[in-house]
Design a binder for this molecule. Structure first.
Ligand SMILES: CC(C)(COP(=O)(O)OP(=O)(O)OC[C@H]1O[C@@H](n2cnc3c(N)ncnc32)[C@H](O)[C@@H]1OP(=O)(O)O)[C@@H](O)C(=O)NCCC(=O)NCCS
Length: 152
């Protein structure tokens, strides 16, 4: 049975396991154990029985703006609606926190457009994001990711 849970610190290893192939590919930023621990409350983790199969996080930048990041579905489970369910669950959490807009930086433009996100210009990305995250990325500053936003 597929279920979405709020992970505990015991699940850091599960989060890392799901993200690993995409971190190695360079499409998801590597975050060490301490960074995941500090932000554990931002994550949602999907299990198929006891197996972790997908993860995503809602990071908060300001009283208005959140970001979906570290979103990944295990390759074997892709194309079954799990990514969509997870993003919708993260957006529900964003709404319940009273966030007003949620940003994503991604190579999967069409996937997010189907979920109601619209492309924005890179200049509209908050500076906090650039300096906290982008600067750590091996593709910075020549990044081909697309920024999209949805208003809640
Ligand atoms: C992107 C990703 C999260 C999508 O998850 P998924 O579970 O495979 O997607 P879903 O099955 O929920 O798809 C939902 C819809 O988006 C579409 N979709 C999914 N991936 C797509 C893609 N790469 N391009 C275009 N459409 C896509 C599906 O066809 C489906 O459309 P429908 O509702 O009309 O049937 C997953 O492919 C993944 O983990 N990719 C690798 C990591 C990554 O790129 N993460 C994003 C970083 S922000």
């Amino acid at each position: 049975m597929i279920k979405i849970v709020k992970p505990t610190l015991d699940n850091i290893i599960d989060i890392q396991r799901v993200l690993k192939p995409y971190v190695e590919e360079g499409i998801i930023l590597n975050r060490d154990e301490d960074e995941i621990a500090m932000n554990i409350r931002s994550y949602q983790l999907v299990f198929d029985d006891k197996q972790p199969i997908a993860v995503g996080a809602l990071h908060i930048y300001s009283p208005f703006l959140g970001e979906i990041r570290s979103l990944a579905v295990n390759e074997k489970y892709q194309g079954q609606g799990i990514g969509k369910k997870l993003v919708n669950s993260l957006l529900e959490e964003a709404k319940s926190l009273k966030l007003k807009e949620v940003l994503v930086l991604t190579y999967k433009k069409e996937f997010f457009e189907k979920l109601g996100f619209n492309e924005i210009q890179k200049e509209e990305i908050p500076e906090k994001k650039i300096w906290a995250d982008c600067i750590k990325c091996k593709f910075f500053p020549n990044c081909n990711e697309i920024a999209l936003i949805t208003y809640l």
